[in-house]
Design a protein around this ligand. Structure first.
Ligand code: SF4
Length: 416
């Protein structure tokens, strides 16, 4: 495909996908392609983490084909890794690229050839002036019984520390103040290079290349005390943790093939809070895993209720083809799953309110963004409280020590 064309790119799913889409987009623009509302080429970076995500990918493809019947559609990412033949049957779809070779779409569009997929490629987003998502790791060697992500993304592999540092420097050179280290299993960073996430964070702390660094999510068993201690004494590593709990029942955790139990999880949370009482701890939970009785769900509810966590990301379990959990007995009724999700979302609201209110009348550094809605701008504190204040040009992309007051708190931000 030698002729340069207008393209649009659409991203579903995780921050890793957003980072990769941003990279693909900037590479195509550098090669002479241009973003267009009436595209010749449509790229859909798909997600397959839940049945709902697959449905969204299919619906989006159909909608875009309907709007742009002449455009060539490329499905890339997790869905096309798992079910490329199905994706190729969707109207308008001309080619698929899985997760390992999605980066090859760039070369394919430039030269109509598909080179060999690299073992690991780093990407970072540059669409936002204040923060960037930097991919440092990909794939996963765990085999959680409900998960298709590990299959879609392949084995665990990471960037080198040197390359991550170089990428952070490049991001900082653009004037971006915050970088979010992303991956599928970030805590596993470095294992294939004989190093570790701790060593990377130590290097980042030593070099101080950028004002703020966040870690997107870390498996509880991989969050060591030394990482928590390092973050606790750092000005650059943010006191903000994202921990996938998935269930507060040891019976369910064992069925899920997770690598921790509730005691280990609770110990980690308490240790973080002991070292950083104001830290934010976001927690992922899945409702309606096969075999989750009312009793076991209540264990989860009670476990979360008594933990000092800040808010939840709640996912309703859906059967993913090819996973052991999909064929497990005692699947939970859809209405029951829905009700449990609602209960956890209500608990999350309560937790978030408590956490936000615990920050009132404290002074925290806020990174303000380039948003000017009704003369207000939004920002995040170091400990991930979403706040708003009157807009002024000189606040944009600045970190400002700010007294947090009641009318500044933004509870329902989709980004937090
Ligand atoms: S840790 Fe488990 S849930 Fe997360 S990507 Fe790996 S296999 Fe999937």
């Amino acid at each position: 495909m030698k002729k340069k064309s207008g393209f649009s790119i659409h991203t579903l799913g995780c921050k890793l996908n957003f980072s990769e889409s941003s990279y693909i987009s900037s590479q195509l623009i550098q090669s002479g392609f241009y973003l267009s509302d009436d595209p010749d080429l449509i790229i859909i970076n798909s997600c397959a983490v839940t049945a709902a995500a697959v449905k969204k990918t299919r619906n989006l493809t159909s909608k875009l084909h309907h709007q742009h019947p002449e455009a060539q559609i490329f499905i890339i990412g997790c869905y096309s890794e798992l079910e490329p033949q199905t994706a190729l049957q969707w109207k308008g779809v001309v080619q698929t690229f899985g997760t390992k070779d999605k980066i090859n779409l760039i070369k394919y569009l430039k030269q109509s050839t598909i080179p060999e997929a690299p073992y690991f490629y780093s990407t970072y987003s540059l669409t936002d002036r204040t923060r960037s998502f930097l991919k440092i790791q990909d794939g996963c060697d765990y085999h959680c019984s409900y998960c298709t992500v590990a299959r879609a993304r392949g084995e665990s592999r990471s960037d080198s520390i040197e390359n991550v540092i170089q990428n952070i420097q490049t991001i900082a050179n653009q004037g971006i103040k915050e970088v979010n280290l992303t991956g599928v299993n970030v805590g596993d960073f470095g294992r294939n290079h004989g190093t570790s996430l701790y060593n990377l964070l130590l290097k980042i702390e030593e070099l101080q290349l950028i004002d703020r660094v966040r870690i997107s999510s870390i498996e509880p068993n991989l969050l060591s005390k030394e990482i928590v201690d390092l973050i606790a004494q750092s000005q650059h590593l943010m006191p903000h943790f994202h921990l996938p709990l998935q269930s507060g029942s040891d019976t369910i955790l064992s069925e899920m093939k997770r690598r921790y139990n509730t005691k280990m999880f609770a110990d980690k949370v308490h240790y973080i809070k002991e070292k950083m009482p104001d830290s934010c701890i976001a927690v992922d939970v899945i409702t309606g895993f096969p075999g989750e009785t009312d009793l076991l769900f209540n264990e989860t509810l009670n476990f979360i209720e008594q933990l000092p966590i800040s808010y939840l990301h709640v996912f309703t379990y859906s059967q993913r083809p090819g996973t052991p959990a999909a064929i497990a007995p005692h699947q939970v009724e859809a209405t029951v799953k829905k009700e449990r999700t609602k209960q956890l979302l209500d608990l999350s609201k309560k937790k978030k309110k408590q956490f936000y209110q615990s920050q009132l009348n404290k002074t925290r550094p806020v990174l303000f963004e380039e948003i000017n809605h009704n003369n207000t701008t939004l920002g995040f504190t170091d400990n991930y409280v979403r706040v708003k204040t009157a807009y002024s040009d000189d606040k944009v992309n600045q970190i400002i020590e700010t007294l947090i007051t009641k009318d500044m708190l933004v509870y329902d931000d989709p980004d937090s």
